[in-house]
Ligand binder design. Structure first.
Ligand SMILES: [Zn+2]
Ligand SMILES: [Zn+2]
Length: 283
């Protein structure tokens, strides 16, 4: 029985399931990559995902952590992994311990502390690279990157036995390549993220744009969020094929959000934007 209705979209053959309204709840799961960006209030649909990548400690993004971990234990699933900025690990452990005392059952957890520049291995060939974002102190974003090896052009025509022979001789016949699949910015004010090559080249960019009305510019600044007025600046040097927009507020109806996006963004960027919480995406 689902906790509440989540949005569901498919992009590049990958399912994105989630819910994201500013100040209420943000949880974005990608089951095909086995990651959940932030945990919101831990809806049932994301409990089986093994890795939670937490961007910051605001309650609308992090409230469900203890329930996520404890419910996995209840269902007999292996301990959940929570990847979080270093400064959050201690308070997360304290909350889990307090819940354990309250509940009468220990809450098993695998907590992984990360800092910008780190990489967390999700599975062989799949990594989450951590980078800093500008929101609350220590906030981070994540890019999920597939790492592959690509045969060097000079060896491309060789057959199996020839490749085996070269490898035996210790010849390196391939180059490592990185395919950034998805970047999740979490909450952030407008920063030129295109300077991070793997962010700019991610096939999918999941980004907030919280405020859309002229008299909300000060709110955006105070809360370190993105306002529609600087959203096109955030996107102008990016190379992403799909832009999934999350974290709008209840204050602005979605038809107004769509109208503002259409008015503000260049047409070639506008057509890449998917509004996660669009009514047609809600299950
Ligand atoms: Zn938020
Ligand atoms: Zn926040």
């Amino acid at each position: 029985m689902p906790s509440h209705r989540l949005a569901k979209i498919e992009v590049e053959g990958l399912e994105i399931i989630g819910y994201s309204i500013a100040g209420e709840e943000t949880v974005i799961a990608m089951p095909g990559l086995d990651v959940c960006f932030d945990i919101g209030k831990a809806p049932d649909q994301v409990i089986s995902i093994n890795n939670v990548l937490l961007t910051h400690g605001h309650m609308d993004h992090a409230a469900g952590l203890a329930y996520y971990l404890s419910h996995r234990n209840f269902c007999g699933i292996a301990d959940g992994t929570v990847v979080a900025p270093a400064g959050l690990i201690r308070p997360i452990q304290q909350i889990i311990d307090a819940w354990g005392r309250l509940d009468g059952n220990e809450v098993p957890a695998n907590l992984v502390s990360v800092a910008p520049g780190d990489e967390f291995k999700i599975k062989p060939n799949l990594f989450a690279r951590v980078f800093p974002v500008k929101h609350s102190r220590g906030s981070v974003g994540y890019t999920v990157i597939e790492k592959r090896k690509k045969i060097k052009p000079e060896y491309a025509g060789l057959n199996g036995p020839q490749i085996v022979e070269l490898k035996k001789q210790g010849v390196v016949i391939d180059n490592p390549v990185e395919l950034p699949i998805v970047t999740y910015l979490g909450d952030s004010q407008c920063v030129d993220y295109s300077q991070l090559d793997y962010v700019a080249k991610s096939k999918i960019l999941i980004t907030e744009c919280t405020f859309f009305e002229d008299d909300h510019i000060d709110r955006a600044k105070a809360g370190r969020h993105i306002h529609i007025d600087n959203f096109s600046r955030l996107l102008e040097n990016m190379d992403n094929e799909h832009i999934v927009l999350i974290h709008t507020t209840q204050r602005t109806p979605l038809r107004m959000v769509r109208k503002k996006l259409k008015e503000t963004l260049p047409a070639d960027i506008y057509k890449k934007v998917i509004l996660l919480m669009d009514r047609k995406n809600i299950q």
